[in-house]
Design a protein around this ligand. Structure first.
Ligand code: ZN
Length: 156
C-alpha cells in the first residue's frame, strides 16, 4: 500500500493526515496535494506505517515546494519519522514540530507503548534536559525509552 491522506480544516490551517507507507508511489501522490493548501499547513504522521528511501526523497521534494510561502507544522511524528528528522535535516526543513511519539518498554511486564510529547506541555526543552518518568499503562511500573533520550530528542 502506498501513502494516502485526508485533508481537514482546523481554524485557519489545512491539516493533512497521512496514512500508509511513504514509498516510491509518494512521488505521484504528494504533488497533487499542493493546490489544496492555504498558507498554514499541519501534517499529521500518526498513521504512517513505514517510510523507505524513495519515500524520503519524495517527501523532501514535496516539503520544499510546500514550505514556499507557507508555514508548516508537524504533529504526532512517529519514532520512524523522528529518526528521519534526526538523520536528515531536510526531512523537516523549516517546519515546526509540535508533537512526537516515543517508544517505551516496561521493565517489569515488557509492555511496549508509545508516549506523546507535545510542545509547550511535556516536550523537553533540549536534547539533554531529560524526558521525565513514563509509567507503564498496564502495570504502572517504570518504563524505559527504546532509544537514548539525547539521540531521540537530538532534533530539539
Ligand atoms: Zn508494565
Amino acid at each position: 500500500m502506498g501513502v494516502s491522506g485526508q485533508i481537514s480544516k482546523i481554524g485557519d490551517s489545512e491539516k493533512l493526515s497521512l496514512v500508509g507507507d511513504i514509498n516510491e508511489d509518494a512521488d505521484i501522490y504528494f504533488p497533487t496535494l499542493l493546490k489544496a493548501f492555504g498558507n498554514k499547513v499541519i501534517i499529521n504522521f500518526k498513521a504512517v506505517s513505514s517510510i523507505n528511501s524513495c519515500g524520503v526523497r519524495a517527501w523532501i521534494t514535496f516539503l520544499r515546494e510546500l514550505e514556499a510561502g507557507r508555514s508548516v507544522t508537524f504533529e504526532e511524528c512517529t519514532p520512524d519519522i523522528i529518526s528521519q528528522i534526526n538523520m536528515i535535516p531536510n526531512f523537516r526543513g523549516k517546519s515546526a514540530v509540535n508533537s512526537v511519539y516515543a517508544g517505551y518498554t516496561c521493565q517489569s511486564c515488557g509492555n511496549a507503548q508509545l508516549h506523546l510529547f507535545t510542545a509547550g506541555k511535556n516536550m523537553p526543552a533540549s536534547a539533554d534536559s531529560g524526558a521525565g518518568e513514563v509509567a507503564c499503562v498496564k502495570c504502572n511500573k517504570p518504563t524505559e525509552m527504546d532509544e537514548l533520550e539525547e539521540e531521540f530528542f537530538a532534533w530539539l
